[in-house]
Design a binder for this molecule. Sequence first.
Ligand code: B3K
Ligand code: ZN
Length: 856
Amino acid sequence: PAPILRSDYRAPDWQVSEIALDFDLDPARTVVRAKLHVTRNGDHDRPLRLDGDGLQPLSVGIDGVAGSNDRWRMDGDALVVDLDGKAHVVETEVAIAPERNTQLMGLYASGGNLCTQCEAEGFRRITFFPDRPDVLARYSVRMTADKARFPVLLANGDPIAHGDLEDGCHWAEWHDPFPKPSYLFALVAGDLVANRATFVTASGREVQLAIWVREKDLAKTDHALDALKTSMAWDERVYGREYDLDVFNIVAVDDFNFGAMENKGLNIFNSRYILADPDTATDHDYDAIAAVVAHEYFHNWSGNRVTCRDWFQLSLKEGFTVFRDQGFSADQGSAAVKRIEDVRSLRAAQFPEDAGPLAHPIRPDSYLEISNFYTATIYNKGAEVVRMLHTILGPQRFRAGTDLYFDRFDGTAATCEDFVASMEEANGVDLAQFRRWYSQAGTPRVTATLEHEPGGGTATLHLAQAVPPTPGQPHKLPMVLPLKLRLFGGNTGRPLGDEQLVLLSDAEATLRFEAVTERPVLSINRGFSAPVIVDTNRTPADLAFLSGHDDDPFARYEAMQQLMLDTLVASVASGRGDHGAVVDAVRETLRNPELDRAFVAEAVLLPSDNFIGDQLPIVDPDAIFRAREALRRDIGRALERDWRQAYEDTRNGAFEYSPEAKGKRRLKTVALGYLAASGAPDIGELAFAQFEQADNMTDRQGALMTLVNGPWDQRVAALDIFYNRYRDNPLVLDKWFSTQALSTRDDTPERVEELAGHRDFTLANPNRARALVGAFGVNQRAFHAADGRGYRFFAQQLIALDRLNPQTAAKMMPPLGRWRRFDPARQQAMRAALEQILASPGLSKDMLEQVSKSLA
Ligand code: B3K
Ligand code: ZN
């Protein structure tokens, strides 16, 4: 297949002003009739081309004449219609089989209900249509279905009418007044109940909110509903954006390819981002639910009211909306901890992507399969780029820019360029060079060297930047890097001057600081103001000092991380480590009563195996594991009394979901982990007691994780108890699988192979597939087991999954593509696994793109 190029963009030949859809819903055979009002766009004589994917027309009518068979033809999967006038009405009829749809794109069945997923190109699996985001139409939808089986019928927009039919069927009509691209179409038919609320917007519009789930899940929807109300108010307050329909519906389904979908007025969610109660959801789940509910809601403006011109502009809606949901979450609790979490996930997912064979700019230039581009780069780096605009302009000017953007492009399909130009125009600034963030891939590397003559009054900071080569982009130009920095006195700990925002836009720059009377220590990239890697000439003592004294909490965390990382990298190389500086710094942070517990928990956590590997020229998973475990053991032993104290201090009363209580639970699990690492003899018992007595999933899973990583007999008992207690709850059973797939024990590869044969394991459910196979792929030590069995297992699972669900399979593949980072034996084994995938018959376009780019 030939790649699609951004430079080939052309406005659509035909626009669709209106579409009326009529669904006869049945899992085995659904008949879809569509009536399109089309108008010629511009002066041309090209035919109307309607995308289809696996559809056969049962009938085609043109301008009310059925059976106009000489005027249309199939071209591959597309339906091509010859039309001679300016405006026509085209009608088609197709039949589809939702229950056989294992890709979960288009109309499919989940848990006996019917639902849709259309982004990016699923609508063409439902009906023939110009399935591209710059064709915006008004939709009316009529659904007919068996009333007993599908008592609830939902679609986009507002409900218009409904009624019963004689044969036990019923019907409903919905109308969406806002023109929208086909990827935002949705319908749901099911046996569902709703948790309802009312929201009154700033201008007094009453909106009926409802979260629809199966009856047994109703009690788990309050948190999501609260998050929805909070997000609606937040978007009014922070961005001046109000909701625009009379109803807002959310439906939770168990089978879903990713997190959730922002369909206009009818969001459809993976149930893991809706359902929560203390017994089954961790604090992390609660936070993720609020963030995803907010994210999808925010899309109503950044995505739906203003949509994307083409899929190359995906980050226009995704990067911006992630930035918006990050701001929302930061306002619900500790902004510093939220920033730490966001940077941690950027480094875990996006940095490796940007450094590997699948690197692409946030606005890519080509793709084979757009589903492969819903990446950490588009989403998370995209959010960092928007954040840099916010940092450079300041909150008020940034808001002026978004106001202009929403105002000017409302109801249209826009580009990343439109967004940047709005920022420029609203503020009279020039962002010409900043635009390189949209076109250049790769994580910039900054070198910061601070010089100071003892006794001299001046300090000099040399800054240099370089952007590494990435596939198709061998040479890079300097970026605009907003670097927040500040100097501290190394003796007194006092700040030497204020924080400054330096815009590094040349390859090199030199900054001078006057009146520097004591040895200065550099705090740089504070708040992670630019998504870059910074190398500095700071000593371990400087880093330890900053970890205890920097006034920017992120910089404090960062100094500790860097100290840990430097220590670990040195000990991987030498096989033995000097752990004193880290132990001291951890002690100081742990004993500091001023710091909030959530921050302490983040700060004392060691960098992951994967992140340590990312720092090394050749990743040696076993050496990394040994070095990390040795440091964990020393921190555990040296501070055993502190950890026990911290553990006792964080014992909670009854469960409460508040930033404070969450922070305590987080530190409790971290403390338990260090105690386990110390080798203290009573930890199996302590963890098992926590496991049994917990009144919430955070503590229970935290204890289970500790047990599953260790040698204790209680591990087996805990796994059994957990399984039996939650066997009927798929979301919790996912945790049972993933906790084992992430285990650091030596026998994890065998255990994971065994679990793939477990009766509760299935590749047909994406959450379950990710819980076992996806989690295994990021378990660096187990996945890269020296005998290569991890790779073989992984390849075999991906091949099987690709046959059912290419999108989910292709999304899990990247760990195998990082073969260049390993020793020759592993390289060979990984390539063999990739080649095996490539050779498997009927490989999807999704997988073909990922694997062939990884082998190139
Ligand atoms: N826009 C959807 C993602 C669709 C992914 C399609 N492969 C959810 C979101 O980002 O909000
Ligand atoms: Zn999104």
